[in-house]
Design a protein around this ligand. Structure first.
Ligand SMILES: Nc1ncnc2c1ncn2[C@@H]1O[C@H](COP(=O)(O)OP(=O)(O)OP(=O)(O)O)[C@@H](O)[C@H]1O
Ligand SMILES: [Mg+2]
Length: 262
């Protein structure tokens, strides 16, 4: 007998985002399914992080137009935790340092919250021993020793270690769709390769990836199916992985000029 499991799908439909009174994203539509890798590229300030934060439900980034569906259902009324429970994950461009909370305790609490099936107020933790075992396996995947799990979250972590810490969360939480905001910025060449190798290990038919990046380097290792270019809050161009080469060679001005001539 054959079983066909339905693939999860994040549909961003005509989305517009406001921060305060400022409109920072307009009419953005794109769909990421489990098993696919998409990249968003675009100049500084073009609205990439704002779009990512709005999708995750950050209270300062309001979706004022369009809809975001996960598996066909709108997530706009859900809290960030509920969105995460449905299988959505956001890796931050600037991971925050949380003093006093160890990596182990933070991940155990997040993982427990994910497993509580909608009961927002229940604070039961998953059992420690099996969780530690799972965490050890994920640390190994990243090439990190056990010592990291007893450090305070991101405190004193180097830029590269903070990015790895986002990947550790991704590995532990096992979302269906992950948005990674500049997971490669500030990394040396070896670290980019390591991040890419880890992403390749984590990706597969169960993970849809939306990677925001400025550089084609990481896209050489983690090949995207589609690249979307955002300029001034809009997706102005979408194409295959070869678009990254064109952007690296010519920058963004040719797209803006082509837009103006239209
Ligand atoms: N909290 C905020 N308050 C005020 N303006 C904001 C806020 N967050 C974003 N913006 C503005 O929204 C616009 C888009 O910013 P965003 O961070 O989304 O760009 P980005 O494409 O991620 O840029 P980068 O490549 O530099 O990370 C910018 O003009 C920025 O100043
Ligand atoms: Mg950004």
């Amino acid at each position: 007998m054959f079983f066909f499991s339905k693939l999860s799908k994040l549909e961003i439909i005509n989305v517009g985002v406001k921060v305060g009174d400022k409109r920072v994203v307009q009419d953005v539509s794109l769909t990421v399914s489990q098993g696919e890798i998409h990249a968003i590229m675009g100049p500084n300030g073009s609205g990439k992080s704002s779009l990512a934060k709005a999708i995750m439900g950050h209270p300062s980034y309001k979706i004022v137009q369009g809809n975001v569906l996960l598996d066909g259902e709108s997530i706009l009324q859900l809290s960030p935790t509920e969105r995460a429970r449905k299988g959505l994950f956001l890796g931050f461009q600037y991971p925050v340092e949380v003093s006093g909370v160890t990596v182990l305790n933070f991940l155990r609490a997040s993982y427990s919250a994910m497993k509580q099936g909608g009961k927002e107020d229940v604070k039961v933790q998953v059992p420690l021993v099996p969780f530690k075992k799972m965490l050890s396996e994920k640390l190994q995947l990243l090439g990190w020793n056990e010592g990291y799990s007893s450090r305070y979250l991101n405190e004193g972590f180097s830029g590269g270690e903070k990015k790895k810490s986002e990947l550790l969360q991704l590995a532990v939480l096992q979302p269906k769709i992950a948005i990674l905001d500049e997971i490669d910025s500030g990394l040396d060449i070896d670290a980019v390769r390591l991040v890419a190798e880890t992403l390749n290990k984590l990706s597969g038919p169960n993970l849809g990836l939306l990677m925001i990046t400025h550089y084609k380097r990481i896209l050489q290792f983690v090949r995207p199916h589609r690249i979307h270019v955002m300029v001034d809050g809009r997706v102005v161009l979408s194409g295959g992985p070869e678009l990254a080469d064109e952007l690296e060679e010519k920058g963004y001005s040719w797209i803006e000029e082509a837009e103006e001539q239209e």
